[in-house]
Design a binder for this molecule. Structure first.
Ligand code: SAM
Length: 201
């Protein structure tokens, strides 16, 4: 656990994004900003359920990149079709986290990666968690359905990844209010010898 600022968390996330290669699915893309951090030669596939955000993204899509309208709980891509998936402040908003994570695991190819940067619930019993709970009706309504008290990392860890590496940052978001942010990567086991995956490019 590291005490940090939001800027530190975003720098760690952007470095993680830069380490992804091949076809990268950006779930809850929202804006083209994450695409700018991908390694040269990568292909961005944005997934966004909000029609007005999707509409604003359309003119930013160029070359081999693609933009999909849809939700993390039902990703409109075949099994094993991307090299990596990314969520940046999205898993707080999805309606059904276990279904969304099972979908992410399904569309990432064997040996591929899932990178995430998410804010999560403060420790049970803390003042920060109480404030997160009080803020939930407002954030659900005005911040893309965000539920601030979610224990997203535990849900990620329930799936059979080969390994999960994370760093947790404690960020003071207001006087006396400290919110944990997790930035990390999960890797899928490689395919058994002899099997092949459908690649997205
Ligand atoms: C806080 S914004 C983050 C946007 C962007 N990823 C970023 O890092 O700036 C959350 C995004 O998740 C999207 N979202 C909400 N529910 C979703 C779902 N079920 N599946 C995929 N994306 C969802 C929202 O429309 C919004 O664009």
């Amino acid at each position: 656990m590291t005490t940090a600022t939001r800027v530190t968390v975003e720098a760690a996330r952007d470095a993680l994004i830069a380490s992804l290669h091949g076809t990268v699915l950006d779930i809850g893309a929202g804006t083209p900003r994450r695409r700018a951090h991908l390694a040269p030669g990568s292909r961005w596939v944005g997934l966004e359920p909000d029609e007005s955000r999707h509409h604003r993204l359309v003119p930013t899509v160029a070359g081999e990149d693609r933009l999909l309208l849809g939700r993390a709980e039902h990703i409109p891509l075949p099994d094993g079709s991307v090299d990596a998936a990314l969520t940046s402040f999205t898993l707080c908003s999805v309606d059904d986290q276990p279904t969304a994570l099972a979908e992410i695991r399904r569309v990432v190819r064997p040996g591929g990666a899932f990178a995430f940067a998410e804010h999560v619930g403060a420790p049970h019993g803390s003042w920060s968690r109480r404030l997160q709970r009080m803020a939930t009706p407002f954030s659900r309504r005005f911040d893309h359905g965000c539920r601030p008290t979610r224990d997203t990392l535990s849900v990620i860890e329930t799936l059979a990844w080969e390994h999960v590496e994370t760093e947790t940052y404690d960020v003071r978001v207001a006087p006396g209010v400290v919110v944990p942010f997790v930035v990390g990567r999960a890797v899928l086991p490689s395919a058994p010898r002899g099997s092949s995956a459908t690649m997205g490019r």
